[in-house]
Design a protein around this ligand. Structure first.
Ligand code: FAD
Ligand code: SF4
Length: 510
């Protein structure tokens, strides 16, 4: 008997494993406390994984494969991957153990050690999901000082012949339409309601409650809305192409008090659990665009393709290039605790209130909310990256370490010292005001700097630049801001710093 392990984020229906039915092969999937407890997760995230795994196991059975599935309360479930596997190997007279490359360093190590301890044959397969291997990115940037995503992205466009007019020339004449993607949304064009499924997941919610799994955030158990099967994932993809793509790029960075998803795809969970393949998503978007070129500008399409073909693969490459060291990086030596309001959304800062509340209610915030509101504040207040990471890894529906940590510790917190981002993503309130409607209804005034009702981001921004001066003095991309800082009146700077320090010391009063 061959035992094949399928991890919760390895739900790839198109993997070669499933092409042939063999009653001598036993597939194994398990809901385990090992996975629910390694960080405190959002309840919707656990439900989404469990439901997707159950659907996948049911699909395998329908296809005629042999499957053992342990629900969290299964009588034989030891709640630990190694113990479960050992038991199955013993009880089923297994002669060979096979698995797919895990995407997390933690699981990769655990399974490697497990295999080393076995006295039966083992074999590892690729997940057949990503467009690059674990080491392609390090090979691509070998000998380079900077790992500029844009160059990698162009290479990927050529390698996969995506949006190319010739083997070397990009379609539309330029590689990157990012400059077009900066519109603020103020009520039009109309945003279609997100694709809805109205699933009742009360049984899994009860199971989690009865088992005492400690979760964060909320869930409406009768109205669960994330895609958790291949069919649903494909429907979300089609919905994106038909309804949202037309404005995706334009409003990619926009934020609005009443709109959570704007024109974003909500595909990250389906992609990260491997229910969808990145190339199939890219191709579907391009095929749709080719049929609607009179309505949809290439800028919308290129903006989307860049996220998946570029950023997603790039982040994975960075992860495997730098783990395990990446997980402890704290270049700026930030040590402050994460404010309590990250767990409650109780703050008078309207941008943070909305972005955090949405994260707790829906396990979702889009990229700019994660980067320029929630992450920006954490960095400006010099919060310890470990605490920031734990929050991001727990709260989002799509948070798996390879893509969470590189975005959080790298892109957002600059804790890697510039591996991912060439300068820190920090801003005063003016950027948030430019891209959102948050400031309009805020307790604080975005134009004010040091008064009691001044936007906290303003003082925090200048204080951050001043306190971290030594780290950025020689950074060309920070030169303009550092020059402005140098020219600032000393008394004015001191007043800003005094206010910033009060905010940092009493975050929950703001
Ligand atoms: C601090 C921070 C933490 C993040 N943590 C995660 C995470 O844990 N998991 C995760 O999948 N994404 C993460 N991202 C990236 C991005 O915010 C999410 O992928 C996106 O918001 C998911 O929503 P969507 O599917 O509607 O995305 P869209 O805006 O519709 O984008 C389409 C797809 O592009 C991919 N993508 C976009 N940006 C990135 C990026 N920076 N890195 C990798 N892929 C990207 C995603 O697969 C996404 O589904 C993080 C970003 C930041 C700034
Ligand atoms: S004024 Fe400042 S705190 Fe308020 S919403 Fe705008 S940026 Fe956020």
């Amino acid at each position: 008997m061959i035992l094949r392990l399928i991890l919760g984020d390895q739900l790839n229906h198109r993997h070669s494993w499933y092409k042939e039915k063999d009653q001598n092969v036993l597939y194994f999937l398990a809901e385990m406390r090992q996975e629910t407890d390694y960080v405190r997760h959002h309840i919707q995230k656990i439900v989404a994984f469990f439901l997707s795994m159950r659907n996948f196991a049911a699909w395998l059975c329908d296809q005629g494969h042999r499957v053992t599935y342990y629900s969290l309360d299964h009588k034989d479930n030891k709640q630990d991957l190694t113990l479960n596997l050992l038991q199955l190997i013993r009880d089923n007279k297994v002669t060979k153990f096979e698995y797919q490359l895990p995407d997390e360093y933690r699981l990769d190590n655990q399974i490697k050690e497990f295999c080393a301890s076995l006295n039966i044959e083992t074999k590892v397969y690729d997940t057949a999901h990503f467009l690059t291997t674990r080491t392609d990115l390090s090979t691509f940037f070998e000998g380079k000082k900077q790992y500029t995503m844009e160059y990698f992205y162009r290479y990927m466009r050529k390698r996969y012949n995506v949006l190319m007019s010739t083997p070397t020339d990009p379609e539309g004449g330029i590689w990157n339409f990012d400059k077009n993607n900066r519109k603020k949304w103020t009520g039009t064009p109309i945003i279609p309601l997100e694709k809805r499924f109205l699933k009742d997941v009360s049984d899994i919610v009860h199971l989690l409650e009865e088992s005492g799994v400690n979760t964060i955030g909320t869930i409406v158990a009768e109205d669960f809305n994330w895609p958790t099967s291949r069919e649903e994932s494909l429907k979300v993809l089609t919905y994106f192409c038909e309804k949202l793509l037309v404005h995706f790029g334009d409003y990619q960075d926009a934020m609005h008090t009443k709109e959570k998803y704007l024109f974003h795809s909500r595909l990250s969970f389906a992609l990260n659990s491997k229910l969808l393949h990145p190339l199939e998503v890219i191709k579907a978007v391009i095929v749709h665009w080719r049929g609607h070129q009179d309505e949809i500008h290439i800028a919308q399409v290129e903006g989307f393709v860049r996220q998946i073909l570029g950023w997603r693969e790039y982040m994975r490459g960075i992860y495997w290039m730098h783990m395990p060291g990446y997980g402890v990086k704290n270049y700026l030596n930030n040590q402050n605790p994460l404010p309590d309001f990250y767990w409650t959304a109780k703050t008078k800062m309207n941008c943070l209130h909305h972005a955090i509340k949405q994260s707790l209610d829906d396990a979702y915030a889009h990229h700019i909310q994660r980067l320029m509101v929630i992450g920006n504040y954490a960095l400006l207040t010099q919060t310890a990256p470990d605490e920031v990471d734990q929050w991001y890894l727990g709260v989002y529906i799509d948070a798996i370490e390879w893509v969470e940590i590189t975005n959080t510790r790298g892109m957002s917190q600059f804790a890697d010292g510039g591996i991912v981002a060439t300068k820190p993503y920090v801003s005063s309130g003016s950027y948030i005001n430019k891209m959102s409607t948050y400031c309009k209804d805020c307790h604080y005034k975005v134009a004010k700097k040091i008064e009691e009702d001044a936007c906290p981001f303003n003082a925090l921004y200048w204080n951050f630049l001043d306190e971290k001066r030594a780290y950025f003095e020689h950074n060309q991309r920070m030169r303009m801001m550092m020059n402005l800082l140098d020219k600032m009146d000393k008394e004015k700077l001191q007043a800003l710093k005094d206010r910033a320090i009060t905010i940092i010391e009493n975050p929950n009063d703001y």
